[in-house]
Write a protein that binds this ligand. Structure first.
Ligand code: CTP
Length: 272
């Protein structure tokens, strides 16, 4: 399972194979006259459907927030959430595979980042906000996939808080900056803004109001109470809402597959 001889993750093998088929690197370097990619894709249906996406996002610069944030209480304790980063990384991987340039601003994640993306780490909501604003000018699509803490300790302590003499403890919290909202407020010509909404009830209603309140082009809404959806799973179930009023239901599928469905809608918005 580890070290020399470990089989590479199948998803990585597929990504690498697709990228070779896309660029034709092997053939160019060796002068080898093997079949053209079109010939191969005709006989392999699943590969053919993956190849149909190849490079359709070339020229786009994605800026994607991923994972959870950590908000310090003192030097040893923090407030955080269950985000794994899987959905955001899947969008990053899919966008890169389709020819986009991808910058990922990652908070705390439990899975490794995909290859082929520019990765910047940011632990707290404030740090993530600063990095995003700094990187925003170059972006053509912003995707807010991070589970950013909505509140952070108002006065984090410089030294470890001791429990001696305290039976009751109150933590004062302040609202964090809303990264997605700020991106939308400062948007430049041509920037598409995509948000996520994790809800437990009235999913589409809350997601639609989030879209209007934050001025989003697209919202991916999911009911985190459904089996197979939400935090730390490899699958998801969601509804994509678009600014033009469309509602696209996505049944249970892998997060990687869902990433491509989300990107299909981004592309549709770009072309509309
Ligand atoms: N988001 C953000 N910055 C924050 C909070 C959220 O960028 N400080 C983004 C998330 O990345 C996600 C979307 O906003 O794309 C979630 O919307 P939000 O209204 O914040 O949802 P919740 O945090 O679930 O808010 P509420 O508890 O009010 O439903």
């Amino acid at each position: 399972t580890v070290g020399t001889g470990k089989l590479e993750d199948v998803e990585n093998i597929v990504e690498q194979a697709l990228s070779l088929l896309k660029t034709g690197d092997g053939r160019q370097e060796t002068g080898d006259k093997r079949q053209e990619p079109e010939d191969i894709s005709g006989s392999l249906a699943p590969v053919s459907s993956l190849l149909s996406h190849v490079s359709d996002l070339a020229g786009e610069n994605f800026l994607i927030t991923v994972g959870g944030t950590r908000e310090a209480i003192d030097p040893v304790r923090f407030i955080s959430n269950h985000s794994s980063g899987k959905m955001g990384f899947a969008v990053a991987q899919a966008a890169a595979a389709r020819g986009a340039t991808v910058t990922v601003v990652a908070g705390v994640t439990t899975v490794p980042p995909p290859d082929g993306v520019h990765l910047i780490h940011a632990v707290s909501a404030d740090e993530m906000h600063a990095v995003v604003i700094n990187e925003l000018k170059a972006a053509t699509v912003f995707v807010g996939a991070a589970a950013v803490a909505d509140y952070a300790p108002a006065n984090p302590a410089d030294s470890k808080i001791k429990k001696d003499g305290r039976d009751l403890m109150t933590l004062e919290l302040r609202k964090t900056l809303d990264i997605l909202n700020d991106v939308s407020l400062h948007r430049h010509e041509g920037l598409l803004v995509v948000g996520f909404a994790a809800e437990t009830n009235d999913v589409v209603g809350y997601a639609r109001s989030k879209m209007e309140k934050k001025g989003l082009d697209l919202v991916v809404a999911n009911d985190i109470t459904k089996a197979g959806a939400g935090f730390n799973t490899d699958t998801n179930i969601a509804t994509i809402l678009t600014r033009s009023g469309d509602e696209i239901e996505l049944p249970l599928m892998s997060k990687r597959e869902m990433a491509d469905r989300i990107l299909d809608e981004v592309l549709r918005l770009r072309q509309s």
